[in-house]
Write a protein that binds this ligand. Structure first.
Ligand code: 9MR
Length: 349
């Protein structure tokens, strides 16, 4: 059913492209089509994209970023290496640039990310820390950054990627030095610094029910029971056609909702082995529609963020050689079948 429907949408889109209509330009003269954000808002959701500072000099790119989406996430600019490049010396220029852009385009910002094992500054990873030393460093980093962005971001990925695939804790510098309690501490410190911002734990490969998402479910349960300020779980949703669609996504979103938590799809992309074929692009389009429908079906799934919106700026080719074509717009900013599938899943025509 879906396949047929999407094939049709894809075929119509292809015809429009062939006729020079509908693709390649953000808005058609004389015909203002509703954006993905407009469509998502009708469901009380946001529809966003990550972006990164070096991309902001690209005019056609920023035009679409500013018009099609109502939420943005800095891909790198708020990470520890960028924001505290020397101990106690803070630099919020990159994150501020993203926040200013969002304000100009009336978009909300997800803060990403306060505590992560990756992209840490050398001063932090290059030496040994005692537990009291690292606690103080962590608290200061979190509170300085959260205070800086108070009222400017609506949510924070407080701890990113805390678990291994089998549901055991990742042996990050924080876990090894401070034990699992660093997560509750990070949430409490962030909450002190901005009592209104929504605090998330965020990870990949937790879209379906499985050992890793179970670990989050258990931890979230414990944190809620202990009165720790946790408001949401971010499911990154870096999917790959060759690994299959996470069929239990909706059930998984629902079980976190029942714990009283928001959920969000925070870093969506759907990669494939290149070359991209029509068949793969159609399957990708179905997956984009399916994950959107899953989010819309669960009341507390608050929004969807693409991990950038165009293949031009996707992280995939650099990290997975031979793979790519993961986003709804291609490298020339032309809309792909996935874009039309998203529109349809959001109730647009
Ligand atoms: O998009 C980010 C890319 O520009 C960086 O090079 C990369 C470094 O690991 O991080 C990317 O974003 C990651 C995000 O912060 C956390 N989840 C996985 C994302 C893709 O690696």
């Amino acid at each position: 059913m879906r396949t047929t429907r999407l094939r049709l949408v894809g075929a119509v889109a292809a015809l429009l492209v062939a006729a020079g209509i509908g693709a390649g330009t953000p808005a058609q003269a004389g015909h203002q089509q509703s954006t993905l954000a407009d469509l998502a808002q009708r469901h009380g959701r946001y529809f966003g994209s990550a972006t990164d500072n070096p991309e902001l000099v690209d005019g056609p790119y920023t035009a679409l970023l500013g018009s099609e989406f109502d939420q943005i996430t800095p891909g790198n600019g708020m990470k520890w290496y960028a924001t505290e490049p020397q101990q106690g010396v803070f630099d919020f220029s990159e994150g501020d640039e993203i926040v200013d852009l969002a304000r100009a385009n009336r978009q909300k910002v997800r803060g990403h990310t306060l505590v992560w094992h990756s992209q840490l500054p050398g001063w932090l990873t290059g030496r040994e820390w005692t537990a009291p030393e690292l606690r103080a460093v962590l608290k200061k980093h979190i509170q300085t950054e959260v205070r800086h962005y108070r009222g400017k971001v609506f949510a924070w990925d407080v701890v990113n990627e805390a678990f291994n695939e089998d549901g055991t804790y990742r042996e990050s510098i924080f876990y090894k030095t401070l034990g699992p309690g660093y997560i509750a501490d990070a949430l409490r410190w962030a909450h002190q610094a901005d009592p209104r911002v929504k605090l998330y734990l965020n990870d990949y490969n937790i879209e379906g029910v499985g050992p890793k998402s179970d670990a989050y479910y258990r931890l979230a349960n414990e944190l809620k029971a202990a009165g720790v300020p946790l408001h949401g779980i971010g499911l990154q949703a870096h999917l790959a056609l060759q690994y299959g669609y996470p069929a239990t996504l909706e059930d998984n979103l629902r079980r976190f909702s029942r714990l009283g938590l928001d959920t969000a799809l925070t870093e969506v992309d759907i990669r494939m082995q290149l070359p991209a074929t029509e068949e793969k692009l159609d399957r990708q389009a179905e997956w984009y529609a399916d994950l959107t429908e899953a989010c819309l079906a669960v009341r507390r799934c608050v929004g969807i963020t693409l991990w950038d919106y165009t293949d031009k700026y996707s992280w995939i080719p650099a990290f997975f050689p031979g793979e790519g074509a993961a986003l709804p717009w291609d490298e020339e900013l032309r809309r792909k079948p996935a874009y039309f599938a998203l529109r349809e899943a959001l109730g647009g025509r």
